[in-house]
Design a protein around this ligand. Structure first.
Ligand SMILES: [Zn+2]
Ligand SMILES: [Zn+2]
Length: 563
């Protein structure tokens, strides 16, 4: 064995020992500590609102910040990984190899301080340490990279778990809301003309800045709450308080009543010819509902300040002129009332379209709300029926004229709209119809006609409108009849009994949607009178009797076409 070979072996062994010792004793830990602290600093972005350049502001249409887990968290994780990798590379190439090894040890300078060794032996020793130190740096970088990769993997799994938990909360929140709406039968629909469209989620306004949130539900902007761009936290589910926010229709951007997302909506259109007394009846119904609310457990309130204003305007016009103004415009805005009994509530949309709306198929089709009607209030002015007019004697014709009869007979009005209701919703056979004969005060003054009496359907048949009664009974799931004097039910000196009678059709239709107000309708004070009429009619023609019995299956119970 020659000397140079031995020296090379000793130097090689020494280099290996120095490399491993420096790596395990110092280098590796230094690499790990610096890389991890750099990663941690990169992950911890500035708090929201700061001007950290790593936060890319969300520029989409929703005025909310995306939830941390849905975006920024992954960006931060990437920044952290990059920072760790860059740190390892910098330490290896610039610090250890570049500075410590090349510019210090190989020049005979102290690796730590950069001081030149005092003598030649010292400088030689430092130069001999250089290969070992370079080896230590390489080993440290390699081992640190492997360990850091492990940490990164562990961290990625943690983040994925966080995201999964958030996603689960989102799904649970959405499912809970859907179930809740299903259980309560809530289907949101716009009450405004030209729209009347259904929507799954209303636009909610931030109470802080008024920004319109179109996506305020569990999702990428947050599971249980969204943070508005103004910094205010908004509840994102019905159960956590979203119902308290002002809402708008996503299609037409008009204000919705606060109860629209929490209460089942019942759509009831008043159908009748021009001047059939629809608007008067509507006013009488509002008064009647209020009267019931004083007498029973019924609660009635206007769904929004607009509705209160509209009802007041209607009442004032009636008080001043004795007549309701003719309904204007092509399509009506629904008058919205919150009607409750016990723990249940319904948001009642009452549509009062102008009579001309049902003249032909085209204009009827424009009445889009018919598609989701829950029942029909058929307003019938029998004085407009040709068969009734023909039966009037001399003096009665003038009296009938003074009552401003409708332009279209009840049979024609019904024929005009009924096909469309079928076409629009395809579900007429499942709907109830409440037929209200109006202008009872005028009818009472006519000598040529029998006085209106219970049961109204029998009286209608008697004056020649049996065709209408038969058609209604056949076409709808259930039909009931009332005769009302809206004049006696509204304005100064209104009769409480007449008021309440005017509201009965609405209560009956509401009771068909599960609101327990059927009892109010059934306890009618005139039940005795009805029984008398029935007894009297039993002695009359067989067909009539059948009609009456047909229409009276179970007192107060509607007959049903559906098995
Ligand atoms: Zn805001
Ligand atoms: Zn709308």
């Amino acid at each position: 064995m020659t000397d140079p070979e031995l020296i090379a072996r000793i130097l090689g062994g020494l280099t290996g020992v120095v490399g491993v010792a420096v790596c395990l004793g110092y280098g590796l830990w230094r690499f790990l500590a610096l890389a991890l602290s750099a990663a941690w600093a990169a992950f911890r972005t500035e708090p929201p609102g700061g001007n950290d350049p790593r936060i890319t502001p969300y520029t989409g249409p929703e005025p909310a910040r995306p939830a941390y887990w849905s975006g920024q968290m992954w960006l931060d994780a990437r920044f952290a990984g990059q920072a760790a990798a860059l740190t390892v590379r910098y330490l290896l190439t610039r610090h250890w190899l570049g500075l410590v090894v090349r510019r210090r040890l190989l020049q005979g300078r102290n690796g730590q301080t950069g001081e030149l060794a005092a003598n030649g032996f010292g400088r030689l020793l430092l130069r001999l340490l250089a290969p070992g130190t370079a080896l230590a740096a390489l080993l440290s970088a390699l081992l640190a990279s492997v360990l850091l990769a492990g940490v990164a993997l562990f961290f990625a799994v943690e983040l994925a778990l966080v995201a999964l938990a958030a996603l689960a909360a989102v799904l649970a929140g959405r499912a809970a809301e859907r179930l809740w709406k299903l259980a309560l039968g809530i289907r949101m629909k716009c009450p405004y003309p030209g729209c009347y469209r259904p929507f799954p989620l209303a636009v909610h306004l931030c109470p802080g800045c008024g920004a319109a949130h179109r996506e305020l539900r569990p999702g990428a902007f947050g599971a249980l709450r969204h943070v508005c761009r103004c910094g205010k936290a908004l509840p994102s589910t019905l159960m956590t308080g979203r119902r308290g926010l002002a809402a708008r229709c996503p299609h037409c951007d008009r204000n919705l009543p606060p109860a629209v997302g929490t209460t089942r909506v019942v759509h009831l259109p008043l159908i009748g010819g021009t001047s059939a007394g629809k608007t008067m009846l509507l006013a009488a119904m509002l008064d009647g509902l209020r009267s019931w609310s004083h007498e029973s457990g019924l609660t009635v309130e206007y769904a929004s300040p607009d509705d209160l204003r509209e009802a007041n305007t209607l009442g004032q016009s009636l008080n001043r002129t004795g007549w309701a103004l003719k309904t204007q415009g092509g399509q009506p805005r629904a008058l919205m009332l919150l009607v409750g009994h016990g723990r249940r509530r319904r948001l009642l949309y009452l549509y009062d379209p102008m009579g001309e709306s049902f003249r032909d198929a085209d204009t009827t089709r424009g009445q889009g709300y018919l598609a989701h009607a829950d029942g029909v209030l058929l307003v019938t002015d029998v004085l407009a029926a040709p068969v009734v007019r023909r039966a009037l004697h001399a003096g009665d014709t003038e009296r009938a004229e003074a009552a401003r009869p409708a332009d279209l007979g009840p049979v024609e009005t019904y024929a005009g709209f009924t096909g469309e209701l079928q076409g629009l919703g395809g579900r007429r056979g499942r709907l109830p119809v409440a037929t209200v004969v109006t202008k009872r005060d005028a009818l009472d003054r006519l000598d040529s006609l029998p006085r209106p009496a219970e049961p109204v359907e029998a009286w209608l048949a008697e004056i020649g409108l049996d065709e209408l009664v038969r058609a209604l009974g056949h076409d709808f799931a259930a039909a009931r009849y009332w005769v009302v004097s809206a004049r006696a039910a509204t304005g100064a000196g209104a009769l409480d009994s007449e008021r309440r009678r005017a509201a009965e059709p609405v209560l009956w239709l509401l009771s068909r949607t599960g609101l327990r107000v059927g009892g109010l309708v059934r306890d009618r004070p005139d039940a005795q009178a009805r029984r008398d009429t029935r007894a009297r009619r039993d002695t009359e023609g067989a067909q009539d009797v059948r009609d009456v019995q047909d229409a009276q299956v179970g007192h107060g119970e509607e007959r049903s076409n559906t098995p």
